[in-house]
Design a protein around this ligand. Structure first.
Ligand code: G1P
Length: 295
């Protein structure tokens, strides 16, 4: 059966991006011309996903507004001779069906995914984290490769992974690959390990495919020291019970942009803006004029 459902968790508070996230979701921060979440929806649409469930929280309603039709705006653009700007709203017509549910308390990524149980039912589904863009202006087909690997290997879970410096493993879920192949079996995984305990430097990159059995595993997973239910811990539980988990490596040209803090957000914005097909050349010239050799 082809996979048609995707879940985008966007309930996180974004405290590492204050004050920018005081009254707007971090997933709505712009990267170049578009808010982060639009890149993710476009990525999922290109991979054939038809239904998207956002797991939202307090203060996230602008995400719903962004994907909603706005007849007043369209009328105003027409009446004021700005029809050409209508093309900027084409993403509204992708044909993706959106649903929204709320994670009522901040109890971790595992708990956010559990909120999707009644949406996906007995079908396998994709999870795409709302603060990660994969690929620059052309969205990556990693989710398609994950779905293919999930089906081909009759797996219970498929996870995208990327190589990170050892000094950063404590920021991620980290997997232990069974081979050096592009698609490999995962023999262990740990959420945010200390450097000396990390099973490798292959980090979970924010895209997953799950069989519905993950919900039962999340319900049987213990809360961690921060009183959160970690998705990685639930996957580890299923692995220990004999389920098959495969990893799919992200190639360098499908780099992941993590918008979790200002350092990575600024880097991402600058890279997207400087390489924008329309505005990039002028911006690069401007930056050179500003900083010259001092850059
Ligand atoms: C989450 C996951 C982690 C993964 C990371 C990717 O962590 O728990 O396993 O590696 O996303 O961005 P978070 O960034 O929400 O702390």
């Amino acid at each position: 059966m082809s996979i048609r459902n995707a879940v985008i968790p966007v309930a996180g508070l974004g405290t590492r991006l204050l004050p920018a996230t005081k009254s707007q979701p971090k997933e709505m921060l712009p990267v170049g011309k578009k808010p982060i979440v639009q890149y993710i929806v476009e990525e999922l649409h290109r991979c054939g996903l038809e239904r998207v469930l956002f797991v939202t929280g307090r203060g996230k309603s602008s995400i719903e507004d962004h994907f909603d039709d706005d007849p007043d705006l369209i009328r105003t653009l027409r009446e004021t001779g700005k029809e050409d700007l209508l093309q900027e709203l084409e993403y509204e017509r992708l044909g993706v069906h959106f649903l929204y549910t709320r994670q009522r308390r901040q109890r971790g990524l595992g708990d956010a995914v559990l909120c999707a149980e009644h949406f996906t039912g007995t079908e396998p589904f994709v999870v795409a984290l709302g603060d990660s863009i994969i690929g620059r202006h052309k969205p990556s087909p990693i989710v398609k490769r994950l779905m293919d690997a999930f089906e081909k290997h009759d797996a219970d879970c498929a996870i995208a992974v990327e190589q990170v410096p050892l000094s950063q493993v404590s920021m991620y879920g980290v997997v232990k690959p069974a081979s050096n192949d592009d698609v490999f079996e995962i023999t262990d995984l740990v959420e945010k390990p200390r450097r000396e305990e990390a099973p490798s430097n292959w980090a979970i990159a924010g895209r997953y495919v799950f069989a519905p059995g993950i919900f039962d595993a999340i319900k049987r997973t213990s809360f961690d020291h921060r009183n959160e239910l970690q998705l990685t811990d639930a996957i580890r539980l299923t692995l220990r019970e004999g389920k098959k988990i495969v990893g799919v490596r992200l190639p360098a040209e499908e780099k992941r942009y993590d918008i979790g803090n200002f350092e990575s957000y600024f880097e991402t914005f600058v890279e997207f803006a400087l390489t924008d097909p329309e505005f990039g050349p002028q911006l690069r010239k401007h930056v050179k004029e500003l900083f010259g050799e001092n850059l």
